[in-house]
Design a protein around this ligand. Structure first.
Ligand code: ATP
Ligand code: NCN
Length: 195
């Protein structure tokens, strides 16, 4: 997808979200991004204090991070990043991007987003500066029709899955195996989350 042949330049992905909890849709996106963009590393970054959601009834950052760590065991290029959850500041992707660019100088950085996020991307803090620092890569999402142009798109089937759906299924005691991994399911059960 990218014609850069310089082997010294690493390709790093950043995939931020509430991950409340991390689901198979996220994992499909992460695996496809790694494969199609030939990433050396992809960071999953759970949001700390979201700048854009008032309905912040997330389980703790520690729990969301623990579940992300479990799914990272399935792909050696996938890494958890606790930068936003340990920060006391409101989370802005621009700040995370700067931090990761500092850790990986001379890297090509790809910011992975779903279509619902792409719809309001131009209003993100320092969007114009971010465009110079990373390439945005987006995945289509059922029920959304983004009009933003110039983003790299990864062609993928529409993953009809969301954390909201999973939280509802947990409350209704419905099977979860199609939506989250057995390890994440076990973590949720052990810690009595989303009840
Ligand atoms: N099924 C999906 N298809 C495409 N993009 C997705 C999908 N699920 C999540 N994303 C994207 O992944 C990122 C993180 O999503 P997030 O953690 O908020 O999950 P979510 O399923 O949207 O959660 P919730 O239902 O709680 O809003 C966002 O950019 C979102 O657009
Ligand atoms: O930095 C911003 O201005 C900004 C505004 C809205 C959303 N984001 C990030 O986008 C990611 C997806 O968020 P969400 O809640 O829309 O799934 C998550 O990492 C957010 O922190 C970032």
């Amino acid at each position: 997808m990218d014609n850069n042949n310089n082997n010294n330049i690493k390709k790093i992905g950043i995939f931020g979200g509430s991950f409340n909890p991390v689901h198979r849709g996220h994992m499909e996106m992460a695996n496809l991004a790694i494969e199609k963009l030939d990433l050396d590393r992809l960071y999953l970054v759970p949001v700390g204090t979201p700048c854009h959601r008032c309905d912040n009834d997330f389980v703790s950052g520690q729990d969301r991070m623990a579940m992300i760590k479990l799914v990272c065991l399935n792909n050696k290029k996938l890494f958890p990043c606790d930068y936003e959850i340990i920060s006391e500041k409101v989370s802005y992707t621009y700040d995370t991007l700067l931090k990761i660019a500092e850790i990986h100088p001379d890297s090509l950085i790809y910011e992975i987003i779903g279509e619902d996020s792409a719809e309001y991307l131009t209003s993100w803090k320092n969007y114009e500066k971010m465009v110079d620092l990373c390439k945005f890569v987006f995945f289509k999402r059922k029920g959304y029709q983004s009009t933003i142009h110039g983003l790299l798109t990864i062609e993928a089937p529409l993953f009809n899955i969301s954390s909201t759906l999973i939280r509802e299924k947990i409350k209704n005691n419905e099977p979860l195996e199609d939506y989250i991994t057995p390890e994440v399911e076990e973590y949720i059960r052990e810690h009595n989350l989303y009840r």
